[in-house]
Write a protein that binds this ligand. Structure first.
Ligand code: ATP
Ligand code: MG
Length: 201
């Protein structure tokens, strides 16, 4: 095939592709406050959520973050985003469940945490809410899934919510608009590498 033939074929292929993409874009013409679920065992759930926070801040949007499971290590995202004027950051968990070892306290902490989330879900001025590691208090039964669903459903029409965490309840899969399962193909931790600043925390 000559170079001109190759060029013509490429142009034709791209024209067909453009028609398909243009039609898909024309079809997706609605605006909506989205519910996004980032789950699965692979790395990248919370960091993806905080990538969206950076995007939203760049557009001048107002953000609320609630962290349900708080490990010992202070993260770079918390240090960075807390300095931003348009963001409210709530730490609602007390560490991993195997560290607290106190069921009544875990339930109480989770429920008080949800009350804070509920105030954000009722606040029209908040454009994007990240509920980081929310899947765990639901999985352990510290939060009632029906209460969570009802409060999410009652939020302002244009408010976006991102939920992260492994082993998400199937009802969250059902109500979410966008669901991504991150797959764990390989992780440096299993090769004996500790959590690295800027990558893992
Ligand atoms: P990140 O915050 O890096 O996006 P994540 O939110 O997907 O990770 P979590 O389950 O919340 O994952 O775990 C947080 C910490 O555990 C991070 O330091 C992350 O690098 C690490 N981690 C995530 N997935 C794995 C895995 N499959 N094996 C070992 N460590 C992991
Ligand atoms: Mg996470």
């Amino acid at each position: 095939m000559s170079a001109t033939e190759k060029e013509a074929r490429h142009r034709q292929r791209m024209q067909r592709k453009k028609a398909v993409v243009d039609e898909a874009i024309a079809h997706a013409d609605q605006d909506k406050g989205l519910l996004l679920l980032l789950t699965g065992n692979g790395k990248g759930k919370s960091s993806s959520a905080f990538g969206m926070v950076a995007r939203a801040l760049g557009h001048g949007m107002k953000i609320g973050v609630a962290q349900f499971i708080k490990g010992n290590t202070d993260t770079g995202e918390e240090a960075f985003f807390k300095q931003q004027p348009n963001i409210t950051w709530h730490v609602l968990g007390e560490g991993f469940t195997w560290e607290t070892q106190n069921l009544a306290r875990d339930i109480d902490t989770a429920q008080r945490g949800w009350a804070v989330v509920k105030t954000m879900l009722m606040d029209e001025s908040i454009n994007l809410i990240v509920l980081d590691e929310l899947t765990y208090p639901i999985k352990y039964g510290w939060l009632d899934i029906d209460t969570v669903l009802a409060d999410l459903n009652a939020r302002p029409a244009m408010q976006h919510v991102v939920i992260t965490g492994r082993a998400a309840h199937k009802a969250l899969y059902e109500v979410a608009d966008t669901v991504t399962e991150l797959a764990d193909k390989k992780h440096a931790f299993r090769a004996g590498i500790s959590a690295q600043k800027g990558v893992d925390l």
